[in-house]
Design a binder for this molecule. Structure first.
Ligand code: HEM
Length: 151
């Protein structure tokens, strides 16, 4: 069961990345026809990002310490010391960007070019930082495997 928690946070993280990418592409082609979809998707992003954060946070506090000990005793201590340490700080920026997205995307992006440009930047930053979180997660997970393989 506990592994399902780990996989669930990844799934929710990836959903927030894909929804932000959709907002980006729709905002690039903003028109009266897709404004409602942009607004709906922009509200979906903070919902799944927050759910992912809560699930991952539970894992991090209750279950990760065992994996952290394996990583630090193994050949890839940087998987925790650098990648997990930066990941847990990056997520705070991601949560702020995700909270801001529906606010800026509530404007009429077909008419308001400043709001459209801001929506493009915010959604693009969520996608790029989400992919970074994904990559860091992969390094952390490999750090556990390297630790298990060498002990
Ligand atoms: C966009 C959001 C996120 C994405 C895409 C993401 C992705 C991933 C991936 C792919 C892994 C490797 C899973 C595996 O073992 O195969 C992982 C591991 C991990 N993530 Fe995330 N993550 C996200 C957010 C978070 C947050 C917010 C936290 C904590 C506050 C977090 C904490 C962790 C921890 C502790 C691990 C290591 C699990 C272990 O091996 O014990 N992640 N993440």
């Amino acid at each position: 069961m506990k592994e399902i928690l780990l996989m669930t946070h990844v799934m929710l993280g990836v959903l927030s990345i894909l929804a932000s990418l959709w907002v980006f592409v729709d905002a690039l082609n903003a028109s009266e026809g897709n404004l409602e979809r942009i607004r709906l998707l922009s509200r979906f992003v903070p919902m799944v990002m927050t759910a992912g954060f809560l699930v991952a946070g539970y894992w991090y506090v209750n279950l990760y310490p065992a994996d952290k000990a394996i990583i630090l005793k193994g050949p890839w201590p940087f998987a925790h010391d650098f990648f997990m340490e930066t990941k847990e700080h990056l997520v705070l920026m991601l949560l702020l960007l995700a909270a801001y997205l529906p606010i800026v995307a509530s404007a009429n992006l077909a008419l308001n070019h400043d709001a459209r440009r801001l929506t493009l930047w915010v959604s693009a930053l969520i996608v790029l930082m989400g992919l970074l979180m994904e990559g860091e997660g992969g390094v952390i997970s490999m750090g556990v495997r390297m630790g298990l393989l060498t002990h």
